[in-house]
Ligand binder design. Structure first.
Ligand code: NAD
Length: 368
């Protein structure tokens, strides 16, 4: 992260620490951003990506600060990234080296994120005794296997459907990214009678005019068949997913997929942000002005971190799902009511809701 970058983003909330790691033996390159600790020890994912930047890690760490506050969790926000390909043959070595390098950063508990999973968290736990999103056998609640984030996205859909009058039965859903979040959201929404018109992965997409056969897609995913090779519908280029008309659009892939330059392509009524920061604030404002509703990431995709926080309390899977349902229902209701009353873009309203809670917690701190 360049100095000018920190200067640009630092504000009253953080970031409290920005750490760049290079470990010569394993060639590990990693970045950790601890954004704000006012609510407690920070919890946030550790991703592996070859193109991740310091700026992205900071923005993701800030999203965790806000998300944890909105979910009423006793945790601050942080994020980390190992700069490597997710299929690096030395992945275990890199993860173990990363764990050792953050051993003394005890105010940060890493969890799974893009390119990492329960097994990776088990390696970190083995090295330093600190990680969340662990395999069941280690007392974990494996949030990706349980599909907790996609479940939470569907809860946001329930509330929005009720308040905005968009029935889920028959609703046309388009999901960008068919990974842990996208596939679980697809399963939960089609269980409610919605139709998945199109989805994609990094290499390509698939479309069916009457709705895709989601159980067949899930079976293909389990076998490792990429969406671009799926036989359940017509192949489409990856980025044409944005053009497909829908009632609900769920970005569940990467940050900054929708920008001011391409937001006009979206032809939908409601966006549920499954991914973190998938839509720039500028684009979100334009979408709001076009009458498109949106539930931001810091509310819609908080299912995973609520599950992680439940694991840290040694509570059960059932507790996790209950807490996700209650929290996302309350937050989505408050958000949509406030957007209606204040006529402000949803990102601004959600940010305001989170900042109210963090500012209050910060009044109890003597030192930052
Ligand atoms: P994943 O790696 O399981 O799936 C990502 C999917 O997106 C894959 O299908 C991948 O091929 C696809 N993809 C990647 N780049 C793409 C592109 N440019 N265009 C289209 N598709 C692309 O990841 P995940 O766990 O499902 O996470 C997805 C997003 O949701 C990430 O932004 C992550 O930070 C966020 N998120 C995840 C969780 C969680 O519990 N897993 C919780 C909160 C937020």
């Amino acid at each position: 992260m360049s100095r000018s970058y920190i200067d640009h983003f630092a504000d009253d909330f953080g970031p409290e620490k920005v750490i760049h790691i290079y470990e010569p033996k394993s060639k590990l390159k990693a970045i950790v951003v601890i954004d704000n600790l006012s609510l407690g020890v920070a919890v946030g994912g550790c991703r592996i990506a070859s193109d991740v930047t310091g700026e992205e890690v900071f923005r993701l760490a800030r999203a965790m600060t806000l998300k944890n506050a909105l979910a009423n969790l006793p945790h601050g926000g942080a994020k980390s990234a190992i700069i490597a390909r997710p299929d690096d043959p030395e992945k275990e070595k890199l993860i173990r080296a990363f764990a050792v390098s953050i051993k003394h950063l005890t105010e940060y508990i890493p969890g799974p994120d893009m390119g990492t999973d329960e097994t990776c968290m088990a390696y970190i736990y083995d090295e330093i005794g600190r990680a969340v999103g662990l395999p069941k056998v280690l007392g974990g609640l494996p949030l990706d296997q349980l599909g907790t984030t996609g479940f939470g996205v569907a809860i946001a859909a329930d509330v929005a459907s009720e308040i905005l009058g968009i029935p889920l039965k028959g609703a046309r859903v388009v999901i960008q990214g068919f990974g842990n979040v996208g596939s679980a959201a697809a399963r939960n929404l089609t269980d409610r009678g919605a139709r998945l018109m199109a989805t994609c992965d990094i290499n390509g997409g698939v479309y069916h005019p009457n709705g895709l056969d989601v159980p067949a897609l899930l079976r293909e995913r389990e076998k490792g068949v990429p969406i671009s090779e799926s036989r359940v519908g017509q192949s489409i280029p990856r980025d044409s997913i944005l053009d497909i008309e829908s009632d609900i659009f769920i970005p569940a892939a990467r940050p900054d997929i929708v920008t001011e330059a391409n937001q006009h392509l979206l032809n939908t009524r409601l966006i549920l942000e499954g991914a973190n920061i998938p839509i720039t604030h500028g684009a979100a404002k334009m979408l709001h002005n076009r009458g498109i509703w949106l539930v931001p990431d810091i509310i819609a995709n908080s299912g995973g971190v609520i599950c992680a926080a439940t694991e840290l309390l040694s509570l059960t899977e059932a507790n996790a799902f209950d807490r996700i349902q209650t929290t996302i229902t309350e937050n989505t209701e408050e958000l949509l009511e406030r957007v209606k009353e204040e006529n402000l873009p949803p990102h601004e309203v959600a940010l305001g809701m989170a900042k109210e809670r963090i500012s209050q917690a910060m009044t109890y701190r003597a030192h930052m």
